[in-house]
Design a protein around this ligand. Structure first.
Ligand code: ADP
Ligand code: MG
Length: 238
């Protein structure tokens, strides 16, 4: 588990300032949702935390470590995407095991981790199936399990449910909330959907134009929006 701190983090692509001076603290063990309209810089922010994108200025801290210059594989974070590319020729178990083998985790430990985690995400009876025979929700669970076996300090999720139909999406939201309660790891969840944000997060960060508009509990944002953008985006009463 770890707190994430961003200190005056900026990101430009050429002349395009897509993230402007982010100062943020994401509390250890929180379910933090980063929400805002398309193009506001959410994915870029998440990718900078993961180390997949290098910030132009500022510092990123994970726990008590400044991770500027630390490669993605050494940050102890796991990222779950919307396009959870599973290996089609491998079974569910092999998909989950692949990264563990790469990191030379001993077989007994791999077996134990896979058994524990597939139990948590409800995949125990699908271990020997191939991805194409799974539903979208089951595939998303495989992607989650694959991230969970890394025992990351932080889960970074970028619109992980947006490829699912509405019914499955609402079921998976509930499952993710339960999962977070159960494992207690810091979650940072990105979405452009304010309803999803307000129903999932215990902490909401609203972004627009590369700037944080408000960072608060859902209740505080609803009852006391910081500005007009936030009020309109969330649909708070005037
Ligand atoms: P969001 O996830 O909130 O929709 P992004 O972080 O993906 O937004 O993108 C923010 C802005 O940065 C957008 O204008 C996007 O076009 C731009 N952008 C993102 N990645 C790159 C890149 N690799 N090169 C140039 N511009 C980019
Ligand atoms: Mg995005």
């Amino acid at each position: 588990m770890a707190q994430i701190t961003l200190k005056q983090v900026e990101k430009s692509f050429g002349k395009d300032h897509v993230v402007r001076s982010l100062d943020l603290t994401i509390e250890d063990g929180s379910f933090t949702v980063l929400v805002g309209p398309s193009g506001c810089g959410k994915s870029t922010t998440l990718r900078m935390i993961a180390g997949l994108e290098k910030q132009t200025a500022g510092e990123i801290w994970i726990g008590d470590r400044c991770v500027n210059g630390v490669e993605p594989g050494k940050r102890n974070v796991a990222m779950v995407f919307q396009n959870y590319a599973l290996y089609p020729m491998m079974t569910v178990k092999e998909n989950i095991e692949f990264g563990l083998k790469n990191r030379k985790v001993p077989k007994a430990e791999r077996e134990r981790l896979i058994a524990d985690i597939t139990e948590i995400v409800g995949l125990s009876s699908y271990l020997h199936k191939k991805p194409q025979s799974l539903s979208g929700g089951q595939r998303q669970r495989v992607a989650l399990a694959r991230a969970m076996v890394k025992k990351p300090d932080v889960f970074l999720m970028d619109e992980p449910l947006s490829n699912l139909d509405a019914k499955l999406r609402s079921q998976m939201r509930a499952e993710l909330i339960q999962l977070h309660k159960r494992i207690g790891t810091t979650f940072i969840y990105v979405t452009h959907d304010q309803v999803e944000a307000m129903s999932m997060g215990d902490r909401i960060i609203i972004m627009n134009g590369g700037i944080v508009q408000q960072s608060d509990s859902p209740m505080d944002i609803y009852n006391d929006p910081a500005n007009r953008f936030t009020a309109e985006f969330i649909g708070s009463p005037p």
